[in-house]
Each structure stands twice: as C-alpha cells, then as structure tokens.
Design a protein around this ligand. Structure first.
Ligand SMILES: O=C(O)CCC(=O)c1ccccc1C(=O)O
Ligand SMILES: [Mg+2]
Length: 371
C-alpha cells in the first residue's frame, strides 16, 4: 500500500488518543447474490455469488467496507473464507490491522475484504478517492471496460455483441471453449460481422483447448481481427503459451488462471504472455493487484483488471484499481448487469463503454450495511 500504513505505529497499550485504530470496530456478515442468468464458462457455470461483507468503523464514525466473495477454483472455499474472517476479527481486536491482515494472508478472498476495508477507511480519512490513495497518480475520469458475453449460439452471440456495441462498448469479450473450435470460430465470425471493425473482440477460453485447438482458433481469430485470447491452454502450460505467442498471429495471449499458478517471474522468464488478467479477489486484494500491475508494466505486459462477478463493494474496488493504472486497457468491469441483485447502490456509472470513476472519498460506497 502506498498510503500511510494504518497499523505501523501501534502502541501495545492501545491509547485511542494517539492511535486512531485503537477502537476500530470490525464486523462481517454473509450475503448471497443470484445472477440474472447463469454465466457459462468452459470451467463451469456461475449461478450465484455468496460471500461476506466486512465493515470497519472508527470512533469518529469513519467507515470502511470490504467484500470477500470466494469462487471455488479461484479462491479459498466459503467455509475457509468465513474461518479466516473470524480469525481476522479476533486478530483485529487483540492486535490491529497488521495482525488482521496476517491472519488472512493465505485466504485471498478474505484478505481482499480486510485490505479493501482498511484502504477504504484510510482513503476516507484522507478525503481521497481510493484510486488516488492506491496509485498516487493523477485524476482519472473513466476507465474503458469490455462487455462480457457468455457461451451461446452463433446467432445469440451476434445479437449480444450488436447490442453491446449499440450501448457504446468498444470491446467485447466472448467466453469460448465450450463448443467445438469450428463453432466458436463461427460465433466470432458472427460477432465480427455484426459490428464495426473498430469494436475490439477478445475471447476467453478458460483453459479449454489443446495446443492444436488453440493453433486453429488463433489462426482463424487473427483473420477475424480478434485482438486477444485469454487462457487458451490449461494454467500449467507455460511453454505452450510461449509457443502460441511465437506463432506471431497478431492475436495477443493473456494469462489469467496461469498468473495465479505461476506468478509474474515465471511468466516473464518463459515469455508466455502479452497481457495478464488481474482479479483482485483471486490475488488477495487491490493493494496486491496494484503491485502486480506496476511490476508487469515494467516488462511490457499489459495489466487487465476484472472481477470474479463480485458485489458492488469489490467491483467498485476493482474500478479504483483500474483507475490507478496508467493507460489501462479495456477491463472486465461491466459485470454488475450479470447480477440479479446487489449489496447496495452502485456508485459506478457505465457510460459508452467506460466506467465513470467515483471521485468521492474512499470507495464511494454508501448504504450497503444499514438496510
Ligand atoms: O473479464 C470479464 O469480462 C468478466 C469476468 C470474467 O470473465 C470471469 C468471471 C468470473 C470468473 C472468471 C472470469 C474470467 O475472466 O475467466
Ligand atoms: Mg479469464
């Protein structure tokens, strides 16, 4: 974290006059959010998102919110997440923020919630929007976002991409890999045909393909002007992805599951990616994701921020993260519409293919706890 560390000067005899965190209240409670319609990916169908909302409050009434929305395969289980948050609560009361973060160090969704609540609280105290606290950078009005199109028929793909472009999206990401490569190529052909060439098309195979599948898909996708394919091969296949890059089709290779499995160093050494996908919920927080972004940008790998279809608290955190990254490419942040319900009012307006970044203090979230 680039801001001042909320717990570094903690006094063992916690004195509320000198330590603003001495009497912080730490609470959390469960929630369950249904999706508007299930999101089909080649790794399974997401039907609902169940997690925990965290709330910190200090004696002056300053509040910080965090969200832990575990997704099996990407994060710890819901049970492990709850147990970790219970430990964090105890550690918070006995020690302070640093002890709480330590208690959730290996549970990424729980760490996401605790670190986000602290960052929201701290940036609120400084009357700074979270993204400026994270990045120390300039004011940013909006970040570009992609529309997310789940697996569906070629005709439905055409309609979904056309509708997204009519709503102003300049980038659409199609989930692929559930159908044959031939049919996915057909879907991309329909998508390409449905919109102006200026609309960027991406695909996300979520590890579905063999090397041969990926070769044929990339060749066809290149002709259809697809800009990037996310995780064509299984996460373990670092060399395979490097080989796909060396085909030099013009289609960029992004690693998502592969980043979580291998980390930045191994990806750089293998020259396995043009871009990496940063999911704060799976990386352990927006602070961790911000550091990964800075690191990969130094070696010319593009950081793309996405959610795991999170509630409004985590989603807004991801918008702030994207706003803290200079010249961020289109990010997978238009996921609110995939949910049938939410934790509270959304402070992020989606307009013409961009997320309008909240400029209020902290996350800019209000009214998610009361109700
Ligand atoms: O990136 C997007 O457009 C939306 C997010 C998304 O695709 C996703 C959502 C949940 C779990 C995994 C993924 C993924 O990128 O693979
Ligand atoms: Mg992905």
């Amino acid at each position: 974290m680039s801001g001042s560390d909320p717990g570094s000067d903690r006094d063992p005899d916690r004195d509320s006059d000198s330590d603003p965190n001495a009497n912080l209240e730490f609470e959390f409670r469960p929630f369950s959010l249904e999706l508007a319609s299930p999101l089909e990916t080649s790794n399974g169908t997401i039907e609902s998102r169940d997690g925990f909302l965290v709330r910190l409050a200090d004696e002056n009434g300053v509040v910080g919110y965090g969200e832990a929305t575990p997704l099996p395969g990407w994060t710890e289980s819901r049970d492990d997440c709850r147990a970790a948050l219970e430990r964090a609560q105890d550690a918070f009361r006995a020690g302070g923020p640093n002890e709480a973060l330590e208690a959730v160090d290996r549970q990424v969704a729980a760490r996401h919630a605790v670190s986000l609540a602290l960052a929201d609280l701290q940036s609120s105290r400084h009357a700074t929007p979270l993204y400026r606290y994270l990045g120390n950078g300039p004011m940013v009005g909006r970040v570009p976002v992609n529309a997310t199109v789940g697996d569906c028929s070629p005709a439905e793909t055409r309609t979904a991409v056309r509708e997204a472009s009519e709503r102003g999206y300049a980038c659409c990401k199609l989930k692929v890999g559930l159908r044959s490569v031939e049919e996915d190529i057909e879907r991309v052909r329909e998508a390409r045909d449905a919109v102006d060439d200026a609309v960027e098309l991406r695909a996300d195979a979520n590890e579905a393909w063999t090397y041969e599948d990926a070769e044929s898909a990339l060749e066809a996708f290149a002709d259809l002007g697809v800009s990037l394919v996310e995780q064509p091969l299984p996460a373990g296949a670092l060399e395979g992805h490097a080989d796909l890059r060396r085909m030099d089709t013009g289609v960029d290779i992004a690693l998502d599951e592969g980043l979580l499995e291998h980390g930045v160093d191994a990806i750089c050494d293998a020259e396995a990616a043009d871009a990496v996908v940063l999911k704060p919920m799976a990386l352990g927080g927006v602070d961790v994701a911000r550091r990964v972004a800075a690191w990969v940008m130094e070696v010319d790998i593009a950081p793309i921020v996405t959610t795991t279809i999170d509630g409004v608290v985590a989603r807004t955190g991801a918008v702030h993260l994207a706003a803290a990254i200079p010249d961020v490419p289109a990010c997978g942040l238009a996921t609110a519409e995939l949910l049938a319900e939410d934790l509270g009012r959304d402070p992020v307006l989606l307009e013409k293919g961009a997320a309008v970044v909240p400029q209020a203090k902290g996350l800019g979230i209000e009214g998610v706890w009361e109700e």
